[in-house]
Design a protein around this ligand. Structure first.
Ligand SMILES: Cc1cc2nc3c(=O)[nH]c(=O)nc-3n(C[C@H](O)[C@H](O)[C@H](O)COP(=O)(O)OP(=O)(O)OC[C@H]3O[C@@H](n4cnc5c(N)ncnc54)[C@H](O)[C@@H]3O)c2cc1C
Length: 286
């Protein structure tokens, strides 16, 4: 199908973009990899599209005050090969390899992925895992939102209709921190049935701190704080036992790709895999 007719605007500045969003039914167009198929299926029919692809300031990655700033227009493929991210957050490249297919990674953006807020998408999970902060700009100025407040439900976020997501801040981690990501999907490039990321810091062979986050197990990316707390003080040998029941009490969605039981079964398998891999990559182990 073809999309319903729409007005197309291509602002030259962020200010113009925000002014263009002051319309009853306007939507930003970034990579178009989620929005355009939805328009073609007429699941959404915005009257006005505000194409932000000309705002090149939003397509940069920089280091600023102990954080890495990833502009909202940075493409998945650009993030995968960026040298700053490779040095400080190699888990980004590891994760991007799982996002869709090459053509989609070349067009799709971090901003579009975060605002689309698919519960299985990789960027929302990464931003939750890595303690990111989302930067939003609207007519009343800028605000910073934590991922746990930004993601509200599948495809629903805290972004107001007249706001633009301009970028994401990810704190630069301790160089000794080990990180890992993995997921299970039906075919390479499909959305994950369950996705999982972890960080581990070791001290004298024991886990000093750990982070564990899942996508695909709920409406929004989940952090497993009880598991994280239980891991502290243990050696990596204890990981398998500690994560064995980590999906108990969770209520994942059932769809044509995976049953509730299968998603629950995947959770400890992936948790063990990424936590052990992250521990193996952590420095300061002896
Ligand atoms: C076949 C296929 C497979 C895919 N597989 C995966 C996958 O495995 N994992 C995955 O994560 N994704 C997957 N995707 C989605 C892909 O990652 C998209 O690139 C992403 O979800 C949306 O990014 P985009 O830049 O294309 O956004 P668009 O499609 O342009 O926009 C998506 C939504 O975000 C809004 N938006 C975009 N940018 C901004 C901004 N800066 N501020 C405010 N609002 C904004 C738009 O208005 C729209 O509502 C897949 C897509 C396809 C077609």
């Amino acid at each position: 199908m073809k999309p319903a007719p729409f007005e197309y605007l291509r602002p030259r500045t962020l200010h113009e973009a925000i002014a263009a969003l002051a319309h009853d039914d306007a939507k930003i167009l970034a990579g178009g990899q989620s929005l355009v198929p939805m328009m073609n299926f007429r699941l959404v029919s915005p009257e006005r599209l505000v194409d932000i692809n000309g705002l090149s300031d939003l397509a940069t990655i920089s280091e600023t005050g102990g954080s890495l700033r990833i502009g909202a227009l940075v493409r998945h493929a650009q993030a995968a090969r960026d040298p700053l991210l490779a040095r400080h957050l190699p888990v980004v490249a590891e994760t991007m390899a799982h996002v869709a297919h090459v053509a989609i990674r070349n067009r799709g953006t971090i901003g579009g992925s975060l605002v689309h807020a698919d519960p299985s998408a990789e960027w929302p999970l990464l931003v939750r895992l890595l303690d990111g902060v989302l930067e939003l700009l609207g007519p009343d100025g800028q605000r910073a939102v934590a991922p746990e407040d930004f993601f509200i439900a599948p495809l629903v976020t805290d972004l107001a209709e007249d706001e633009v997501l301009t970028g994401v801040l990810l704190p630069v981690p301790d160089p000794d921190m080990g990180m890992a990501f993995d997921e299970v999907s039906l075919r390479a490039g499909d959305f994950a049935m369950v996705a999982c990321g972890a960080n581990v810091m070791l001290d004298d062979g024991r886990i000093a701190s750990a982070r564990l986050a899942f996508g695909g197990l709920g409406d929004v990316p989940l952090r497993m704080e009880a598991v994280e707390a239980a891991l502290v003080g243990q050696t990596p040998d204890a990981i398998a036992g500690i994560v064995a029941d980590c999906a108990e009490g969770l209520d994942p969605n059932e769809d044509m790709h995976a049953s509730v039981a299968y998603r629950r079964r995947l959770a400890p398998v992936l948790a063990r895999r990424v936590l052990e891999r992250a521990a193996g990559r952590a420095g300061g182990r002896t």
